[in-house]
Design a protein around this ligand. Sequence first.
Ligand code: CTP
Ligand code: MG
Length: 579
Amino acid sequence: MTSRAGAVIQASDMAASMGVSRLHMRGNGQLLKCFRRILTPSQRRVGTSAEACQPLTVHQDAGKSFLTLQEESLERAERSVLISCPSKTSEKKILKFLSKYGTINNCFFYDSYGSYAVVEFASRDGISSLHGAASLPNIQHEASVPFKSRLLTLKSNGVDLSDGPTSLKLQPQTSLSVNELIQRLAKEESIDQQLHSLTSTLELTNENIALRFLVCSLLKDVAGAFFPECTIRLFGSSVNGFGKLGCDLDLFLDLDTVSGRSIKRPSGLAVEYQTKRVASERTVTQSVLSVVGEGLEQFAPGCVGVQKILNARCPLVRFSHQPSGFQCDLTANNRVAMKSSELLWLLSRLDERVRCLVFMVRCWARAHGLTSSIPGAWITNFSLSTLVVFFLQTRSPPILPTLEQLRELASPADKCVIEGNDCTMVSDLSKIQLKPNTEPMETLLQEFFEFYSTFAFNRMSINIRKGMHQHKPEAAPLHIQNPFEAGHNVSKNVNTTQLERLVALCRESAWLLAHGGGTIPPGTVGAAGAKAVPWGIAALLMPSVAEAAGVKGRKKKKREPASERIKNLLQSLNKPARK
Ligand code: CTP
Ligand code: MG
């Protein structure tokens, strides 16, 4: 780890080398480092042997609610540390070394401009023991900030932590490039297999999810200095079931326990600072985020490029967490977004076809530049997921229930009202019973593209609360209602050009699938090592498709219509969306 990235543990010898980590401010500001303090043998504790340590496993989560799963993951993260390891290190030796400080439940390694270990101890004592043993490097011209972070560096000063060529088994934190993905998909034998393969290649791994919760918990250590009882929660694609390796980290600073809103019966006591007068809730959110943003910039190891975007509709602090490589957006007072993440998570678990189709549509949109990591007039992944959900609600029989149906199944404990919006929905998945629908994913994908090729976007709004389209209440080119805030259009940013590109690409992709795109070309499978011909969904991810269909004014390739339906689709390529 570079000195920029955070606190440091120095391992000066195998017997006594962990030191208390402290932040340092170097000359111009936030360069963070540590000094060193040698541990005496009596300060050490012997924990689990390295051999007993298991890699992260899939946690048994069947039947657990979204909130329970989040709380369990956060609790594990609070017992974990992030350690930058020297290169050419032996996994076994590192674990043996660390297990002297406490029983290790889980551990994995990854690479992000250097090797890191995520180490989950059986209890927080392991962290105290590490902190008690860690030292700070004695560097001139640096002033230290007394903050014990759980981001540490292990240095092999005079210690042999290497084990010849058998170094660390690194867990991938990024996914394949589109070209590699196309090659992999081309080798599958059916479109349904391709969709499964795409999902399992791109989805977040257990390790990546654990790292996301750990970063969340590291940030809470800083925010907790200002608001001791706060929590930082994850929302968005990190937890909604549709996260792809490399997606951003959406964080929500939850001050509800601090604000006292959860206290139902007044006791006669009032806390003075809670009643300090400010213009509005928004002003409070802005000042809380401003303070926490400042804290992250000044004191949080590894947080760089902190920007306070406080005048946005939803004020946020944006920054990079260098050691994990995550781009983070921290918001406060954003409970409705937590609820929409829970809704998507719930829907993603009802039928495996949901995740496969959402992953495909998100990946397809990215491959053709319909989505972007830069804010602008592009459609967002959240809006695309909503389009898939809506389409699946309209199947016969429906593959997904409407939000109103989920509300009807809710128990009294599920009741939830946020800022006047009824966000109640069932949390027990076993209560949701739908009529069987056995449509293959190939059919669903093709019909998804056809559905949105001809959808009357100019007049109609998409409403997943009712599973029905409705007349648009405003003139935005694309109108997708926020499931919990009926008056809010989640795709307000999308302009006419981007909507036209989306529709043109849907038409082209529907045509490709109908025109033999679903048929595997002879000789594609079985030629080990040979470059497979992109077919099926692999062909839909090819850039040439976008050029042929999406860009206005370009010469279209001449094609032979295979059926009346395809001929109509081809003709519709040059027509505006249905009125
Ligand atoms: N959200 C919302 N309204 C919007 C945009 C976002 O309610 N107009 C909420 C959704 O709950 C969404 C979350 O904020 O899941 C995070 O937004 P974003 O990061 O844009 O979407 P993700 O679903 O996280 O997808 P991505 O993988 O692109 O980050
Ligand atoms: Mg996100």
